[in-house]
Design a binder for this molecule. Structure first.
Ligand code: UD1
Length: 365
């Protein structure tokens, strides 16, 4: 079986790390295509190095651009890649522009598509990711859902016959990395001379938070008022938007810092009092590390983190400060994201379901 993974953005590299390892263990022929959506070394190369991911076989070098330009450039470049390789499966990850481009390119060439992290929904049509996930789920042949909630969304949309619950592959890597950094100090604590549990770690990058100057000012003012230091790991998109709006991030208790490589991020998160984020991955990672999270969005796809009391949704302003300073929730042993073996299940499911050359075209279902 030959599987081609198409990835391009930071959270996809984390998921790819789990898949690449499982595929190597099962001697699955794995080709990695990097679209180039993320190209800064801190958003891309460090993940391949630190997480031991095989180097990409093909790099499309697409780079940044408006949604149409970026997605269109990927589509155009993928035609030749798919025609030259003809894998048994194209595996697409999550909900970025790289995801929808690869799903669309493959489905039109009658190459079976499997969507990892299928069925997540925010029901917020302002998010580019929501369009990417819905379109990818409806194009794909196999929907690898992380949770029962995700499988239920797919059933509601009439897609249950293509759905398999496999667990969450990000959990596989997070648990490995957590164990490997256990006992090591927090790089952020050391660098900024912060006390154990005496700081909050923040990331903000969603367009709904970064693109409106007034909202961004209010968000920064709220974080500056939190009683302990808030270290904001600034994504290039946030830096670019602050420059465009003429906004200075540092103020009060808010301190800006460049993004961290994955093991450093996890080590710094483990020793933080809480996480403040608009990232899907980080709110789930916070839950898995049992660090309270505050999500600066009106909704979340990872509803289990909220239901279990470890994640609170809050908008910039006094409510955000209150949410960040709330007491730690009661402990839980719940494992809604699986046991850390999701990638192995993905390998099994893909192997079982690979259409043999004699079976009819997967698209004639
Ligand atoms: C993308 C994904 C988002 C994901 C996020 C993780 C889409 C629509 N969005 O958002 O779902 O949560 O990645 O980080 O696919 N930039 C750089 N260097 C880079 C990459 C980007 O400076 O290596 C800057 C550029 O100014 C670029 C901007 O960041 O225009 C946005 O990058 P883009 O890949 O379009 O979206 P993200 O905000 O990173």
């Amino acid at each position: 079986m030959h599987v081609m993974s198409v990835v391009g953005a930071r959270p996809q590299f984390v998921k790819l790390a789990a898949i690449d390892k499982a595929f190597r263990n099962d001697s699955i022929h794995h080709t990695i295509v990097h679209t180039g959506q993320h190209y800064d070394p801190l958003l891309s190369d460090v993940f391949f190095e630190d997480l031991g991911i095989s180097a990409p076989d093909i790099h499309l070098g697409v780079g940044s651009g408006s949604h149409g330009k970026q997605t269109g450039a990927m589509l155009a470049a993928l035609d030749d890649v798919l025609a030259n390789n003809r894998p048994d499966w194209v595996l697409v990850y999550g909900d970025t522009n790289s995801t929808v481009a690869a799903a669309l390119a493959a489905v039109k060439m009658h190459i079976p598509v499997a969507h990892l992290e299928a069925g997540l929904r925010s029901f917020n049509r302002r998010m580019p990711e929501e369009h990417n996930r819905v379109l990818t789920d409806h194009a794909a042949d196999l929907l690898l859902a992380p949770t029962q909630v995700a499988a239920d969304h797919l059933a509601t949309e009439g897609l249950s016959d293509r759905t398999v619950i496999v667990g969450d592959v990000m959990t596989d890597i997070l648990l490995d990395v957590r164990d490997s950094v256990a006992g090591s100090p927090s790089p952020i604590m050391e660098e900024l001379a912060l006390p154990e549990g005496g700081y909050h770690l923040a990331t903000i990058h969603r367009p709904d938070n970064t693109d409106d100057a007034q909202r961004l000012e209010l968000l920064f003012d709220s974080l500056a008022r939190v009683s302990q230091p808030v270290v904001l790991l600034a994504h290039p998109r946030l830096v670019a938007k602050c420059k465009e709006h003429g906004i200075e991030i540092n103020r009060g208790n808010l301190v800006v810092h460049s993004p961290l490589a994955y093991p450093e991020l996890i080590a710094s998160a483990l020793h933080a009092r809480s996480i403040i984020t608009d990232s899907g991955g980080l709110q789930k990672e916070a839950f898995l590390l049992r660090v309270p999270a505050t999500t600066v969005r009106p909704e979340t796809e990872w509803v289990e983190t909220v239901e279990l009391g470890w994640n609170v949704l809050a908008q910039p302003g006094p409510d955000l400060v209150k949410a960040v300073e709330r007491p730690r929730p009661a402990d839980t042993h719940a494992t809604p994201y699986g046991d850390g073996h999701a990638a192995r299940t993905v390998a099994e499911v893909l192997t079982e379901r690979t259409p043999s050359p004699s079976t009819p075209d997967a698209h004639s279902r």
